[in-house]
Each structure stands twice: as C-alpha cells, then as structure tokens.
Design a binder for this molecule. Structure first.
Ligand code: CA
Length: 229
C-alpha cells in the first residue's frame, strides 16, 4: 500500500536509445502508475529535464549526441534534485564510479529485471520522502519544493525547475529585496556568467506565469536593490 501511495504523481524520464529497452521500461513503469517520458539521446534528455520536473531519471550511459555521464554531470550542475539511476554495461566499472561521483544515486547493470529497476525507483522515492523541504504558503502562493509544483489561489502554475527555484528562494526571503548576484549564487552555479541576462530572462518568464490573470503583481523590482516578493 505504501508503495502505491508513493508512486502516485511520480514522474520518470527514461533516457535510452535502444528502442526495445526503452519501450519495455516505459510500459512497465506506466503499469506501476508512473507518468513516463522517454528521451532517445542525451540532448533530448537535457531538454526534457529543463522543461519538466522529474522525480527520477533512468539514464543509459552509452547515448548518441551527449553521453550519459555528461548528461548526469549537467543535470546536477543545473541543480536537478530528483534521483538518477544509471543503466550501464557490465564492463563499465570506471563509468559507474564516475557517474556516482557526478551525482547519480544508483546504477543497474544491463540486462536487468524490470522488477529490480522498479524497486530502485521506490527506494529513491522513499529516500526523497524523508528529506522534504517545507511547503511554503504565502500571499495565495503554494510552493512545494518536493514536486516543484506551484499554485496561485489554487490554480496550477507550470514553472521550469529554474523558475521554481527563483520563486521559492524569494518566498523564503519574503519581504527582503534579493540582489541579482545573490540569486545567481544560490540558484545558478559558480560557472554562471554574472554579466548575462540570465536572471532577468528567467525572472520575466516567472512573472508572466505567476501574474497572468491576476491583478496583484507578485514580484517587485527595487532599483539597485533587487527582487522582492
Ligand atoms: Ca545505449
């Protein structure tokens, strides 16, 4: 019963270029009640992870365009907070170690039984269930950092992980003007170029989504000081 409850609302991305394996995993996971997307190469995986919020990514390492290790590294660099399970060949011990160093949580050696993959996903779901950050409720906004889901006055607002991280950070610092540099430091990584328009662009998108259809504008810009919720 517990398993059934944890699997509700879980969204999984399967990254696998071998059609038959991808389809088998996809079908199996759908049967277990997960929402499942499939990416056929590393670039598609990164695109999908930017747009959607996944709880777990099952990541084949040997992939076209961008290999799995690099995908793993970039996901963590981009603060992907869900679980990553690598799917590896038997011979690739070095890759497995590298993957774990890059922030993968677990691995499975091919060929594996589907039931084992399902068990690893459940283990990650339980683990993440134990490390929950607080849900924030303020000014009609409900922000759940465990699912990256945002609502305003009960209406779902679909945010990218970055947009969610921005509004969550502002909500944790409600009433204080947060400088752009502080947002860069906390939400991007040390490689982000402070001279780019990154924060502004994401902030504009975030505002548009949050304020659409509402009279009260939620995020203010205070010239020279930063952004305040
Ligand atoms: Ca492959």
């Amino acid at each position: 019963m517990y398993h059934f409850l944890t699997e509700l609302n879980m969204r999984v991305l399967v990254v696998e270029d071998e059609e038959s394996i991808a389809t088998a995993i996809e079908r199996g996971l759908i049967k277990q009640g997960y929402a499942v997307d499939v990416a056929r190469d590393g670039a598609e995986a990164l695109d999908k992870a930017t747009v959607n919020n996944y709880d777990v990514i099952c990541l084949d390492l040997n992939l076209p365009r961008i290999d799995g290790l690099e995908v793993c590294r970039r996901l963590r660099e981009d603060r992907f907070g869900g679980g990553i399970i690598m799917l590896t060949a038997r011979s690739s011990i070095k890759e497995r170690i590298e993957g774990l160093d890059y922030g993968a949580d677990d691995y499975l050696v091919k060929p594996f039984a589907f039931s084992e993959l399902a068990a690893r996903i459940r283990a990650i779901a339980r683990r993440d269930g134990g490390l929950r950050e607080p849900v924030i409720n303020t000014r009609g906004l409900e922000l759940d950092p465990n699912t990256n889901r945002a609502k305003r006055d009960g209406k779902d607002i679909h945010l990218t992980p970055k947009e969610f991280a921005l509004v969550y950070y502002l909500a944790r610092n409600e009433g204080r003007a947060v400088p752009q540099e502080e947002l860069l430091e906390h939400i991007w990584d040390e490689h982000a170029n402070p001279f780019t328009q990154t924060v502004k662009v994401h902030m504009n998108n975030l505002r548009r989504k949050l304020n659409e259809g509402f009279e009260e504008q939620l995020i203010e810009t205070i010239r020279g000081k930063g952004y305040v919720l």
